[in-house]
Design a binder for this molecule. Structure first.
Ligand code: NAD
Length: 244
C-alpha cells in the first residue's frame, strides 16, 4: 500500500531540499511526478519540472494546468514551497509580513484551489502540506515564520474537514530543523559555518538534524493509499523537539 504506481503527483518547491527529496521518493515508489518551482532546474528526469511562482495567481493556475496536462490528471498535491523569516514582531515590517504570508499561506491556498477540481476526480486524492514545528513550538526570533506555519496548520485542519466527503484527504508534516540547502545557506552566512553546524547539531535532542529524506518518507506515507483513513492530522518529524 505504500506503492504509488499509476498515481500522479505535484510537488511545489520541489526543486530543492524537502520538496526534491519528496518528489524523488514519490517517483521511486512509482508515481509520475511534476514539480512546480521558481527555479525548476534542480528537478531532473524523470521529474517534470515546471517554472511557477506560488505567490502569483496566474502563474499557479498555468503551472497546475501544465502539470495536469503533462501527467494526465492529479492524485497527490504536496504544498511544500515556503520561505523563512527571522526576528521578533519589531524586526519585520508590514511588507515582509505580507510577502511571507503570501508565499507560505496563500501559496498553498492558490495551488490547492487550482488542483481541487482535478483531485476530486481521483480515487486516491491526497494533499500534504509542509508545515513546521514552528507552528506550535513557540520558537524565539521566528514571529512571522511561526505565524505563517500556524496558519498552515489551521488551514490543513479546515481543508480536511471541507473535503473529506469529496474523498480528498488533507494532512501536514511538521519538520524540526532539517538539513536542506535552506539551512545550509543560514550556516554559510555565519562567521564560522563549521562551528555553527556543530552547535546546531548539539542543540538537537538526537544530536543531529532531521534529513530531508526522513521528512519525505512521512510525506510519502500521508500521500499513499496506506494512509487512506488518515486526514486532518499533523505528523511531526522533528527528532524529539516535540513542537506539538
Ligand atoms: P529550500 O529552500 O531548500 O527549498 C524550497 C524550494 O521552494 C526552493 O526550490 C525554492 O525555489 C522554492 N520556492 C520558494 N519560493 C517559491 C515560490 N514563491 N514559488 C515556487 N517555488 C518557491 O527549503 P526547504 O528547507 O526544503 O523547505 C521546504 C519547506 O519545508 C518550506 O515550506 C519550509 O518552511 C519547510 N520547513 C523547513 C525546515 C528546515 O529546517 N529546512 C523545517 C520545517 C519546515
Amino acid at each position: 500500500p505504500d506503492r504509488l504506481d499509476g498515481l500522479k503527483a505535484l510537488v511545489t518547491g520541489g526543486a530543492s531540499g524537502i520538496g526534491l527529496a519528496t518528489a524523488r521518493l514519490l517517483a521511486a515508489r512509482g508515481a509520475d511526478v511534476a514539480v512546480l518551482d521558481l527555479d525548476p532546474s534542480g528537478a531532473r528526469a524523470p521529474l517534470h519540472g515546471i517554472k511557477a511562482d506560488v505567490s502569483d495567481e496566474t502563474s499557479v493556475r498555468e503551472g497546475v494546468g501544465a502539470a495536469v496536462e503533462r501527467l494526465g490528471g492529479l492524485d497527490i498535491l504536496v504544498n511544500n514551497a515556503g520561505i523563512g523569516a527571522a526576528g521578533t514582531v519589531e524586526d519585520n515590517d508590514d511588507a515582509q509580513w505580507h510577502r511571507v504570508l503570501d508565499v507560505n499561506v496563500l501559496g498553498m491556498v492558490r495551488t490547492t484551489r487550482a488542483a481541487l477540481p482535478h483531485l476530486r476526480r481521483s480515487a486516491h486524492a491526497a494533499v500534504v502540506n509542509t508545515c513546521s514545528i514552528a507552528a506550535t513550538a513557540g520558537l524565539p526570533q521566528r514571529a512571522l515564520y511561526s505565524a505563517s506555519k500556524g496558519a498552515v496548520l489551521s488551514l490543513t485542519l479546515a481543508m480536511a474537514a471541507d473535503h473529506v466527503r469529496e474523498g480528498v484527504r488533507v494532512n501536514c508534516v511538521n519538520p524540526g530543523t532539517a538539513d536542506t540547502p535552506w539551512v545550509g545557506r543560514l550556516l554559510d552566512a555565519a562567521d564560522d559555518p563549521e562551528a555553527e553546524r556543530a552547535a546546531l547539531n548539539a542543540r538537537q535532542p538526537m544530536g543531529r538534524l532531521v534529513s530531508a529524506e526522513e521528512v519525505a518518507a512521512a510525506i510519502a506515507y500521508l500521500a499513499s493509499p496506506a494512509a487512506a483513513s488518515v486526514t486532518g492530522t499533523a505528523l511531526a518529524v522533528d527528532g524529539g523537539m516535540q513542537g506539538l
